[in-house]
Design a protein around this ligand. Sequence first.
Ligand SMILES: [Zn+2]
Length: 266
Amino acid sequence: MNAEFLEEYSLFRKFHCDVPMTVNLFPKVPIHMQCLTCQSEQTFNMINEYHEFFHYVNVPSGDTKHRLLYRCESCKKFERLFYIYIDRNLKYLYKIGQYPEWEIKIDKQIEKALGKHAANFKKGLVCESQAYGIGAFSYYRRITEEIIDELLESISNIIPPEDKEKYNEALEKTKRTRVTQEKIDIIKDLLPSILRPNGINPLGVLHSELSEGIHSSSDEECLEHAEHIKNILVFLLDQIIQIKHSASAFSESMKKLLEKKSANSK
Ligand SMILES: [Zn+2]
């Protein structure tokens, strides 16, 4: 049991962990989610007990279902409810219900950046919400294939001047192949450091995720790959949007500064 499981996991997606033998050993982890009363992200704490429907606390946890009631720490009014099922072999647990329901949420900026691909992105999210990993993977892969040229092109705008020639040469090369993995392979080592959080190369990860193939993978395995691809796409789009935004804000303020200077010198 951890916060990420409650905050992010869709229904029926298995959360693998060492499940405690009895429910009194389950932690009550605080979570951070949107409060619809406060209209902002708040801390929620669990206010009921795992053993609430039993007459004793050390209820064996295998093959049981539980209700987790969470309340907003700020307004003390808004509640979130989760129902979970614990595997009989104590290998995993998953949600069997949730209110308010797991949201198909897409950031407005990302939606705009995705343009006509936003519809497929939402379908990917719907598949994820139902734990249909094969479906989700397919949608995100399709989007990657369709936006890869544009994506690599827009990265070229943020390449430092000294590396630009090398990048643009590679970019030309990517146009000679129609295979997405090959395009990524040509570019991935030229990715600027600003797009490598903690030294992780998102294009490198994307490359291996796409090459993996899903022919023999289960829904559950695909769900994980799908999530990686989705996060990389969102990260790259988000960074490109931010860099463009700050660059235009920068040139705007520089322009104003120069105008001011020239007005003063007159
Ligand atoms: Zn609240």
